[in-house]
Design a binder for this molecule. Structure first.
Ligand code: HDD
Length: 753
């Protein structure tokens, strides 16, 4: 616009009228050093794993950094461009005919920006929509060459990069983390011989035996279709209607109603491959195999009421926990173990190893540790990595093969298929997070969003024009295990599949009293949300086949009688090999009992005894824990010594449920502000009710009395989780020893406090 100030009502060319003040815009190369320029996408599929990854894992450095480097972008000190690389001069204003005139269609910069934005979302996963991911590595303990030729297990110390995604199942992408639900535990191994995906859960069994029923199961558990409620919860009519008609889900229901369904952290839960797989060695010999991940920190759970409150206070509780632990260098670690057995042994078991509603008791086939996985790098970009990662049970490598588990068969189809819609076409394997590190060469061509530029005119095989390349690998490639098949085609299931209760009973009987009480409480809660009495009654009739005691407790909680047990589907119930499996209790894996990476709140207010705060903080830090100073508000408070402490969290912004334990330092007498705040007592009560350890120092024990917290257990014994001490340095040691676990033994139903 050529105009003078005199001719126009305002000066059209005055730079600030456009809101663009070049003087304050960052200039190219200012302040931060620009990243190096050697970023090309070409090396993606040809990365040499040993060069890029080899020895770096041992010292804790990220191993999966190398392969993705070519596609990581960083805008630091770069100027803004369009997607075509055209520098953008003004990202604040659309192109208009005059400052108050209409926007112009030829504004390709505006249109590109809005069009891209309009298409930012992709369909969420139909199940496991809510998840969190991390990079890391797998390290093999010893060569397993006699049982498998799978690349990750060929040498002691062999490092394979991995990407892991943990998830809930039922909730949508933005739903809460602490729902009562199964957790997904999916691991992508980027091996030298292609990608292997071990797509498991934190429970070793499943609801159904045959993939044919999966859509029904998912429709039943998802929010009901007419009003789209409830979100991320199984406590509603359609779920219980379905499972009460599906006795094969009884065993899984025991797991789902147990504390396994409300883990304290993704870092503190087991993972299982669920199905029986096959290891195959170089001679083509097979060994049957079940996969187990065991967390180094042990298996720990939340209390149900705590999980409910956390979902309001921090719906990202597990995501945050995983992220913060990795940022802090507290790398989550899991041991991979296998149960190995032969076809002949399997035939003798009282259950069918092709039935995913059954596990193999560890007392029958022990779990042998074969390696460890360490997660040591957070994703750079949630969408590019965690959302776009595509796990597929069909992704196996030479040395690992399927069995005829009919649930697995359906999965082999489903996962690839679902990505076609979710990720928009058949080339999702080229998305960087999904691309194998092993080279990819075949004659598959074209399709939406093709990244590779295939050279030459040959895209068929056999060919002579391309020298016969790429050539078949023969026995060096993936050779399916030649399982003989001689049977008729039919729809049905093997006889042992009809036994539905033995392992549900084994699970319940193997739990500690507190875990059993939680299972009964969970059934009571869920069934109390069921509005159709006949569904509740049918479920109770199923539970009567599991445990008379459990059925009676649940019925009592619902004000109902225990009905006649459901008729059994199998005529002659096979005898279980074991009556008790201690390994099924979460208490069997306490970890080292320490407090590493656990969060503790130290209550502070003006007048707090500064010395005790310092002692407690130091000791917790030395033990690897995360102490936070919690005040009535954040910011400074003055200690009895006259110096100031900074409260970094407040009773309001980080409620007590977000902490593993709480400490009240000496000084309650002086800390009037804290005493007068009703939330202080609420938080103490909650900590107690959720069975966390409390440390109360000096005159602050008056708060314990005010909150009516008993120092003794219901059976009259001393509660080791309530540490009351005059001497801070002595008391904190006792506290740390007590704070690595929950003190379930103090629980009563209903709660005393
Ligand atoms: Fe599945 C996702 C685990 C049975 C079909 N499943 C999905 C994920 C996990 C599992 C962890 C999330 C992967 C990720 O983080 O991206 N699913 C299991 C386990 C099962 C199981 C342990 C039983 C042993 N699933 C199962 C069956 C079917 C599916 C029987 C279909 C026949 N599952 C899917 C799916 C999903 C999926 C629809 C949704 C998004 C995706 O795959 O990528 O294909």
């Amino acid at each position: 616009v050529e105009a003078t100030a005199e001719a126009m009502p305002f000066n059209a060319n005055k730079p600030l009228e456009y809101g663009y003040d070049n003087a304050h815009a960052p200039q190219e190369g200012e302040g931060v050093e620009a990243p190096s320029d050697d970023v090309t996408a070409s090396s993606l599929s040809e990365v040499n794993t040993s060069d890029k990854l080899g020895t770096r894992a041992g010292n804790g450095d990220p191993v999966a950094v190398g392969p993705l480097d070519p596609v990581r972008t960083d805008a630091t000190a770069r100027r803004m461009t369009t997607n075509q690389g055209v520098p953008v001069s003004d990202n604040q204003h659309s192109l208009k005919a005059g400052l108050r005139g209409p926007a112009l269609l030829k504004d390709f910069i505006l249109r590109e920006k809005i069009t891209h934005f309009d298409h930012e979302r992709i369909p969420e996963r139909i199940v496991h929509a809510r998840g969190s991911g991390a990079h890391g590595f797998f390290e093999c303990y010893a060569p397993l060459t006699d049982i498998t030729r799978a690349a990750p297990f060929q040498a002691k110390g062999k490092i394979t990069p991995v990407f892991v995604r943990f998830s809930t199942v039922a909730g949508e992408r933005g739903s809460k983390d602490t729902a009562r639900d199964v957790r997904g535990f999916a691991v992508k191994f980027y091996t030298d011989e292609g990608n292997w995906d071990l797509v498991g859960n934190n429970m070793p069994v499943f609801f159904i035996q045959d993939a044919m029923k999966f859509p029904d199961l998912v429709h039943a558990v998802k929010p009901e279709p007419h009003h789209q409620m409830p979100q991320a919860a199984s406590a509603h009519d359609t779920f219980w209607d379905f499972v009460s008609l599906m006795p094969e889900s009884t065993h899984m229901l025991m797991w789902l109603m147990s504390d396994r369904a409300i883990p304290r952290s993704y870092r503190m839960m087991q993972g299982f491959g669920v199905h029986t797989f096959r290891f195959v060695n170089a001679q083509g010999e097979a060994t049957l195999c079940k996969f187990h991940w065991t967390p180094k920190l042990g298996t720990h759970a939340l209390a149900w009421e705590e999980a409910v409150k956390i979902s309001g206070a921090d719906p990202d509780f597990h995501r945050r926990d995983l992220w913060e632990a990795i940022e802090a260098g507290e790398y989550p670690e899991y041991e991979l173990g296998v149960q190995l057995f032969t076809e002949e042994e399997a035939e003798r078991y009282s259950f069918d190893i092709l039935d995913s509603t059954k596990l193999i008791p560890e007392e029958l086939v022990p779990v042998q540790p074969i390696g460890r996985m360490v997660l040591n790098r957070n994703p750079d970009n949630f969408f590019a990595e965690t959302e776009q990662v595509a796990f597929c049970t069909a992704h196996v490598i030479p040395g690992i093969d399927f069995t005829n588990d009919p649930l697995l068969a359906g999965r082999i189809h489903s996962y690839v298929d679902t990505q076609l819609t979710r990720l928009g076409g058949p080339n999702f394997h080229e998305i960087p997070i999904n691309a194998p590190i092993a080279p990819v060469h075949n004659n598959q061509r074209d399709g939406l969003h093709r990244q590779a530029i295939h050279r030459g005119r040959v895209s068929y095989e056999p060919n002579s024009l391309g020298g016969g390349c790429p050539f078949q690998a023969g026995s060096a490639g993936f050779v399916s295990f030649p399982e003989p098949v001689t049977q008729d085609e039919l729809r049905g299931h093997p006889e042992k599949f009809a036994e539905h209760y033995n392992q549900a009973t084994l699970f319940f009987d193997s739990q500690s009293p507190a875990e059993q009480a939680h299972i009964a409480g969970a059934f009571r809660f869920e069934l109390s949300k069921v509005t159709v009495p006949a569904v509740r009654a049918r479920m109770l009739a199923g539970l009567a086949n599991v445990s008379a005691d459990l059925a009676a407790q649940v019925a009592d909680g619902l004000g109902m009688e225990v009905p006649e047990p459901l008729p059994r589907a199998i005529a002659k119930v096979p005898q279980s090999e074991v009556d008790a499996s201690p390994a099924l209790s979460m208490l069997a894996r306490p970890g080292d009992g320490g407090v590493r990476s656990r969060k503790f709140a130290i209550l502070v207010a003006d007048g707090v005894n500064g010395q005790t705060v310092e002692t407690v903080q130091r000791a917790l830090l030395d033990a690897g824990a995360v102490p936070r100073l919690m005040g009535v508000r954040i910011g400074p408070c003055v200690t009895d010594r006259g110096d100031t402490l900074d409260a970094d969290v407040s009773l309001e912004n980080e409620p007590g449920v977000l902490f593993d334990g709480m400490i009240v330092p000496d000084g309650a007498d002086r800390m009037g502000e804290l005493r007068m705040d009703a939330r202080t007592l609420d938080y103490l009560k909650e900590q107690y009710r959720h069975c966390k350890a409390l440390l109360i120092l000096g005159d602050s024990d008056a708060l314990l009395d005010a909150a009516r917290i008993p120092a003794t257990l219901p059976d009259g014994g001393q509660d080791p989780g309530v540490v009351v001490g005059g001497n801070a340095s002595k008391a904190i040691d006792a506290y740390i020893a007590a704070a690595g676990r929950r003190h379930w033994e103090r629980e009563t139903d209903p709660p005393r406090v």
